[in-house]
Design a protein around this ligand. Structure first.
Ligand code: 4NP
Length: 164
């Protein structure tokens, strides 16, 4: 039995999208009996130490996801060595991650888009809901539930992050 894949979700503030991804995959993987280690972080430092946005907490809770204990942190260079995958919410997150990657270390993972694991979804990126209305938080959940199911299926099939 190989070790559980370790997946770090990344957005800008680590208070809306990536903590939602963390909570969704944690619960759904648990329910599916699939071991996946998850965490989340932001490329920006503006919300370090903050709890998730109350709108993300409330919308997540409505679908049974508990975000309440999570606290924001910023991505570090070490994250590229300590996680099997860094899954970014949008292309600007990917751009912000590029200069942090310790390219001199062969073990450093290459970040990818989280929705690479949701090939059937209508979107390639998870839109930032921070400045928008409540519907944006439901869309985030819809997309991340699809991503979560794709990720869990990949891990079950031995095609998940870190599989060799
Ligand atoms: P997140 O959303 O990247 O999904 O956590 C945002 C949170 C905060 C800000 C932007 C996006 N902000 O500009 O403070």
């Amino acid at each position: 039995m190989s070790a559980a894949p370790r997946v770090l979700f990344v957005c800008l503030g680590n208070i809306c999208r990536s903590p939602t991804a963390e909570a969704v995959v944690r619960r759904r993987a648990h329910d599916a009996g699939v071991a996946i280690e998850v965490d989340s972080a932001g490329t920006g430092g503006g919300h370090v130490g903050d709890p998730p946005d109350p709108r993300a907490v409330a919308h997540g809770a409505r679908r049974g996801y508990d975000l309440s204990a999570l606290r924001a942190r910023q991505v570090t260079c070490e994250d590229f060595l300590e996680w099997d995958a860094l899954l970014a919410m949008d292309a600007s997150n990917l751009d912000a991650l590029a200069p942090l990657r310790p390219g001199w270390d062969r073990r450093a993972v290459t970040p990818q888009l989280a929705l690479d694991y949701a090939p059937g979804a209508d979107a390639r990126e998870v839109p930032d809901p921070y400045y928008g209305g409540e519907a944006g938080f439901d869309l985030v959940l819809d997309l991340l539930e699809a991503m979560s199911d794709g990720l869990i299926a990949a891990v079950k099939a031995g095609r998940g992050p870190g599989a060799r």
